[in-house]
Design a protein around this ligand. Structure first.
Ligand code: B12
Ligand code: SF4
Length: 600
């Protein structure tokens, strides 16, 4: 991202002139329409701009956003670095989390670009509406700009961008290789891209999906994250140090869409590459902690232990602490011991539910007891543990939720967030919700944030037979009763990562008026919503006592224009489906060692 500090570098290119920007305050990082940057390249700037759309205010309340940490737009960062490494150097990125683009900004950005101009937009489900809006605005300003969309959302629903319009190409799956081929092709005047795998486009009125892309086999081929593109803005991503040690996950959890992107095969960086990246973050950028952002850091035990040994060998464990997500069943004693030695201070174990029958249903391949055992063993070693719970799983009852809360309260953890199930496209739960005709999609996926209940009633899924208000009440109550207990309050005041690295807590926030104001605003929002839901639930209960049948008034509004199935995103997708089906047929709870060996 260009900033004042990088103007010197820009001037090395004689065609670039100047750039100025007006920094914005963190609290206005969403669609304020305020001009935040000016682009003065006079049509001689980058050929490629990669944009990370903000999460719209209607999806996640701005008050909540003000206390949520923002992280690097890793997706566009990696794609930009790969393009640059492979000879496409006139690439720039813009993170709308920091610089929301007003129409005027967008026009200036487009005018600044060299021709042919390509704008790549990244899209999760939560910010898909903004991604489509950006594409529409771009085409209105200059229809000759080539628009490309990538990320998990178009990967699992590649037809949707073309139903909506204004997108020329969608890239499915890992974007580095297909985007490089596409950009090089466009820059060299090519017009037929049917030979690029992982691409979707329109031809003669039909949507064409080329074969799935190959997953990057040797992760070390992907350059180190381009921190230099963010210099000048680094302080705006508090605790930004996040490193991906691996891609892929060999499990089948029904609520998770990670595999649709990164596949079953667990691919990982060499220890040398990882320690190099840790050193950059810790020694060059003075980071006190490093977040291993992998789906799952303990899948390959030997590799995890070697990584820990690498950290210790380089003395990095004395300079920073590490944290990351691990499965309970992966957390054997030797793994936890290695983690302690390497100064892993926090581990996140996704518990999801405290009820074994639901744990089986979500196909995690581990039991509640296993996760709880791992939490106890990690905590006994001095590691702080965070977890998350999903309420509203198919077949879940109110009693299950109560049992889960009771169970969680006994665990030695520092943080627990209770979310309602968001059946993301590309997951088994999405298929289930759709087959029950109970998937509620508001607008263009506006209600697909896991904390949407604090914003509105239209949470995307309520299990059959359950009351929407009751589910929201139980989820809100669980969060409040967890954090508003005596020990919860102590944690908020003392634990830097009380929100599981999501909640932004400045050190000594409780004596800083600006920070207190943010907490006050969030507090009033949360209590207002909670009171409203409680009151309406009371009325619903009275009606039920009077024999008036409960009906979910929101359900019939479901009219999502979305495809039922996903297009395979990577080349061995069918193998993955085959294994999952085989496992289901056998009703096995764990991937057998032999099966796993094929992928690890
Ligand atoms: C690390 C992580 C986080 C981190 C940081 C995320 C970040 N940097 O913004 C934290 C913990 C903060 C986080 C938060 C959330 N996350 Co998250 N997260 C992940 C995780 C594990 C890795 C994401 C990642 O950065 N991968 C590395 C990059 C390089 O991969 P990538 O983003 O997929 O990008 C590649 C391709 O998609 C493609 N691509 C992407 N964009 C573009 C654009 C163009 C133009 C092109 C050509 C290609 C391209 O090329 C990239 C390189 O190969 C994924 C699971 C997964 N494995 O994907 C979930 C995941 C992305 N998260 C998810 C969710 C739901 C969230 C939250 C919305 C949860 C919430 N609180 O409501 C928030 C929203 C955060 C946000 N700002 O949008 C979901 C998204 C589901 C969906 N359909 O939208 C995922 C898939 C997990 C899941 N539950 O299934 N997350
Ligand atoms: S183990 Fe984690 S990353 Fe893997 S499928 Fe389950 S939730 Fe997703």
């Amino acid at each position: 991202m260009h900033t004042k500090d990088s103007i010197k570098d820009i001037n090395h290119h004689e065609e670039f002139h100047s750039l100025s920007f007006r920094p914005i305050s963190r609290s206005s990082w969403q669609g304020t329409g305020t001009a935040t940057k000016t682009f003065n390249y006079h049509g001689k700037g980058p050929h490629v701009y990669l944009l990370n759309p903000y999460i719209p205010n209607h999806s996640q309340n701005p008050k909540i956003n003000s206390i949520v940490n923002i992280t690097f737009p890793t997706s566009i960062g990696f794609v930009a670095a790969y393009l640059r490494q492979n000879g496409v150097d006139r690439v720039d990125i813009l993170d709308e989390q920091l610089y929301p683009l007003s129409d005027k900004d967008l026009e200036a950005l487009i005018k600044s670009m060299s021709r042919p101009a390509i704008i790549g937009i990244s899209s999760l489900t939560l910010n898909a509406s903004r991604a489509y809006q950006l594409a529409e605005k771009i085409k209105k300003i200059d229809p000759s700009v080539i628009t490309v969309i990538g990320g998990i959302h178009p990967t699992v629903l590649p037809k949707e961008p073309f139903d909506i319009g204004n997108i020329d190409y969608a890239i499915r799956g890992e974007g580095e290789i297909p985007m490089l081929e596409l950009v090089k092709g466009i820059l060299s005047g090519k017009t037929d891209f049917g030979d690029i795998n992982g691409l979707t486009y329109m031809e003669n009125g039909s949507v064409i999906n080329t074969p799935p892309t190959k997953l990057v086999q040797n992760l070390d081929d992907i350059p180190v994250f381009p921190y230099e593109m963010f210099e000048g803005d680094l302080h705006k991503y508090p605790g930004f140090a996040g490193v991906f040690g691996s891609r892929g996950c060999p499990y089948f959890c029904t609520f998770c869409s990670a595999r649709s992107m990164s596949g079953l095969k667990y691919r990982y960086h060499s220890v040398e590459r990882l320690t190099h990246e840790f050193k950059v973050l810790i020694r060059k950028y003075k980071q006190e902690s490093v977040f291993l952002m992998d789906d799952n850091i303990g899948v390959h035990k030997t590799h995890f232990k070697e990584t820990c040994a690498g950290i210790v060998k380089e003395g990095l464990h004395k300079e920073a602490f590490f944290h990351g997500s691990m499965r309970g069943d992966n957390a054997t004693d030797d793994i936890l011991d290695a983690a302690v030695e390497a100064n892993f201070k926090i581990l996140y174990f996704g518990l999801e539910t405290g009820v074994e029958k639901l744990m089986k249903q979500i196909d995690k391949g581990e039991s509640v007891a296993q996760v709880a055992d791992a939490i106890h063993r990690a905590s006994a070693r001095g590691i702080s543990v965070g977890t998350t719970i999903i309420y509203g799983l198919p077949n879940e009852t109110q009693k299950d939720r109560k049992d889960t809360l009771k169970f969680v309260k006994k665990l030695p953890i520092i943080s627990c967030r209770f979310n309602t199930l968001t059946p993301y496209p590309g997951t088994q739960d999405y298929v289930t919700a759709q087959s029950q005709n109970r998937l509620l999609v508001k607008g263009r996926w506006e209600n697909f944030g896991v904390q949407y209940m604090w914003e509105g009633d239209e949470i995307p899924y309520v299990p059959p037979g359950e009351s929407r208000l009751q589910l929201m009440f139980d989820t809100m109550f669980a969060n409040l009763s967890y954090y508003l207990s005596f020990s919860g309050i102590i944690k908020i005041f003392t634990a830097r990562y009380a929100g599981g690295n999501v909640i932004k807590l400045e050190r000594y926030w409780y004596i800083k008026p600006r920070e207190i104001k943010k907490f006050w605003d969030v507090g009033t929002l949360i209590s207002g919503r909670f009171i409203s839901v409680t009151a309406r639930l009371g009325v619903e209960k009275i009606k039920m006592l009077l024999g008036i049948k409960y009906e979910d008034e929101l359900l019939p509004t479901y009219e999502a224009a979305c495809e039922p199935g996903a297009v395979p995103a990577f080349d061995r997708y069918d193998k993955m489906v085959e294994i999952r089906e085989k496992r289901k047929a056998k009703r096995e709870r764990e991937v057998s060692a032999a099966e796993l060996a094929k992928y690890v």
